[in-house]
Design a protein around this ligand. Structure first.
Ligand SMILES: Cc1cc2nc3c(=O)[nH]c(=O)nc-3n(C[C@H](O)[C@H](O)[C@H](O)COP(=O)(O)OP(=O)(O)OC[C@H]3O[C@@H](n4cnc5c(N)ncnc54)[C@H](O)[C@@H]3O)c2cc1C
Length: 282
């Protein structure tokens, strides 16, 4: 049986990690325990992060919001600061797994797991979020798009953990949209997903656009070409259908048990069309 350690502060965690470098950290365990039981990882012991207050909860830091890595998805769904400032993130979490998994799973676990289908990732990319990484000696920040380097691969050194994620408030975005296409309504792994944050002028022209697709590449896909193609245009279906062709070229999906690469490519483009309905801002 694997020993489970329950540090209550970061200082205690650093002691545990330094005592035995083969100690794996986890929060909700909804990814880690699956990998452990499947024999894909073999840590000598586990350190659970959920009792460390410093890395839990949501904090208003003025121009930005800090979300602790060990904050559960359920907590984020119920947080009014998150839903008012970042509705695109709330919309994504609402369709992440099921209530039981959302009660256990955390945003930090979703980020470090680095699945291209991770539901919080497209919103975090579209919001230009930054990941805060800490060790006993150092704290540093980097864009989530630099932190994640491939499926399941992140820039995290020995004895470092993710402390949390920083998201700048961006009230100028008045259209915030998330949609996930899966093989069923609930507890569905994304076949393709899109997070979008747009600013529409009074006259209905797109002034700023940030778009991020999940499950259509080794990591979340953003495309400067697609974002630029939207600028100065009105949010109407014909224009979106035109730009959807660029999306099909920008993504690089693979065939897997859930869908073919070609199907994913088409869906990624079609997801853009839904933005026409989002002309009603939210
Ligand atoms: C039945 C089921 C359905 C699911 N459905 C979905 C879904 O629809 N959408 C989706 O996105 N995901 C889904 N998942 C995956 C999972 O629930 C999420 O990725 C969740 O956010 C993981 O969080 P966690 O706290 O449980 O991670 P953990 O399992 O605790 O950790 C995951 C990984 O991150 C590392 N880690 C965790 N926290 C930190 C930290 N602070 N610093 C450094 N490393 C850390 C761990 O070492 C581990 O490698 C599902 C899982 C299950 C079992």
């Amino acid at each position: 049986m694997t020993q489970v350690l329950l540090p209550r502060a970061l200082d205690e965690l650093w002691d545990f990690l330094e005592e035995d470098p083969n100690t794996a950290v986890y929060s909700g365990g909804t990814d880690l325990l699956v990998n452990l039981r499947g024999g894909r990882i073999n840590p000598s012991r586990l350190a659970c992060l959920e009792r460390i207050e410093e890395i839990r909860g949501v904090r208003d830091a003025g121009a930005a919001v800090f979300i602790g890595a060990a904050t559960t998805h359920t907590h984020l769904l119920e947080n009014s600061l998150v839903s008012s400032e970042f509705p695109v993130l709330t919309k994504a979490i609402r369709v992440l797994a099921s209530p039981a998994i959302r009660n256990m799973g955390t945003i930090g676990g979703n980020i470090v797991n680095a699945s291209p289908a991770g539901d919080t990732l497209p919103p975090l990319y579209a919001l230009d979020a930054e990941v805060e990484i800490v060790s006993r000696k150092e704290a540093k920040r980097m864009p989530v798009s630099d932190f994640i380097v491939g499926p399941g691969r992140v820039r995290l050194g020995a004895n470092e953990i993710v402390k949390g994620v920083w998201i700048r408030k961006a009230p100028e975005f008045n259209v915030r949209h998330f949609e996930k296409v899966g093989l069923r309504k609930s507890q569905a792994c994304a076949v393709a997903s899109l997070a979008a944050a747009l600013s529409l002028s009074e006259g209905g022209k797109i002034e700023r656009a940030r778009l991020a697709w999940g499950s259509v590449g080794p990591t979340v896909v953003r495309s400067a070409e697609v974002e630029e193609a939207l600028l100065g245009r009105e949010l109407e279906i014909q224009m979106l259908a035109e730009v959807a062709r660029l999306v099909e070229r920008a993504v690089s999906p693979i065939d897997d048990v859930r869908a073919s690469a070609q199907y994913r490519r088409i869906v990624a483009g079609r997801l853009l069309l839904r933005l026409a309905e989002s002309g009603c801002k939210n």
